[in-house]
Design a protein around this ligand. Structure first.
Ligand code: PAF
Length: 299
């Protein structure tokens, strides 16, 4: 694996690969690698010839008072993980490299970014959409792998790639959980043992909602209220939102039909955690996707 910091070196490397008939896979990350990142790297390794992992803690997607300064940073540790997963290029640009001048151009994906995390995190998705567009421009035609845990981010990235005619195939990969059910996230590192136990209420809430759906409940308000009430039983956890939305448009739905998400976000100690249940409902069938336990996936 080579580590590149310079944007032009990465562009050249990807262009060379394509010229030689090889496909390029991109995993965009902010580092702090855990099994979720590893699974994206494995998907890219299995699906493409040259695997590029970007590692950049993007300042523009953090609001004031958020955890930019404390976000886990360990280039050597992350590089060892990426090398072990067979990554070819670890692209670790500097902030000055990515933003040499104060940017005047922002990518804003209207509508999809205004609900759920967009409500409490202001310009977060503009920061994400802009940096992902820049990464797509630097890497060029590729397949890009994103986790379904960040379901709203995945919808935003899919939409910007379509709207801007970017030559990128966006692939959604399974949401991974730890053995206690907590969705894998770099921010879980902020939790002390009591907070960690409390954080399991998110998946418990989603499981209760899933049980209600299996039992025939189709009213989004009732399902959402059930999840919110479950989360409210945990005193260490403060609910940000529990909503049922269309998985593609992130618009609220009046009925559980088609591909929808029950998305939750909550503050647990110093961390803000998100989680979701993906629901695919037709007139006579319903499929519920709560993700997979990490150990099971890698076994
Ligand atoms: O999901 C993340 O880690 C980030 O939002 C991303 C996609 C790498 C953009 O900075």
């Amino acid at each position: 694996m080579i580590i590149l910091h310079d944007l032009d070196d990465v562009r050249r490397c990807c262009d060379d690969a394509r010229r030689a008939g090889r496909t390029v896979g991109l995993v965009a990350t902010m580092g702090g690698f855990h099994e979720g990142h590893r699974s994206l790297m494995r998907a890219a390794r299995a699906g493409t010839d040259l695997v590029v992992v970007s590692l950049f803690v993007n300042p523009t997607q953090f609001g004031s008072g958020e955890d930019l300064a404390g976000y886990p940073r360990d280039l050597d540790g992350d590089a060892a993980v990426a090398a072990a997963e067979g990554v070819d290029v670890l692209f670790a640009p500097t902030v000055d490299g990515m933003y040499p001048d104060p940017p005047r151009t922002t990518v804003h994906v209207a509508g999809l970014t205004e609900r759920l995390c967009g409500t409490s995190r202001g310009t977060h998705f503009d920061g994400v959409a802009t940096v992902v567009t820049k990464l797509f421009a630097i890497v060029g035609p590729c397949t890009a792998y994103f986790g379904r845990k960040d379901a709203q981010q995945l919808a935003v990235v899919r939409r910007l790639a379509i709207d801007l005619n970017l030559p990128v195939e966006v692939v959604g990969c399974p949401l991974l959980r730890d053995l206690d059910g907590v969705a894998l996230s770099s921010r879980n590192a902020y939790l002390d043992p009591q907070e960690r136990r409390a954080a399991t209420v998110l998946v418990r809430a989603l499981r209760r909602a899933a049980d209600a759906i299996r039992a025939g409940e189709r009213d989004p308000v009732a399902i959402r209220d059930l999840a919110a009430a479950t989360i409210a039983t945990e005193s260490r956890v403060r609910l940000d939102y529990a909503e049922i939305v269309d998985a593609e448009t992130i618009e609220p739905v009046t009925c559980v039909q088609g591909s929808v998400l029950l998305a939750v976000a909550a503050f647990v100690g110093p961390a803000r955690l998100i989680d979701n249940l993906a629901i695919h409902a037709t007139d006579d069938q319903i499929a519920l996707d709560l993700g997979v336990v990490a150990e099971e996936q890698s076994a």
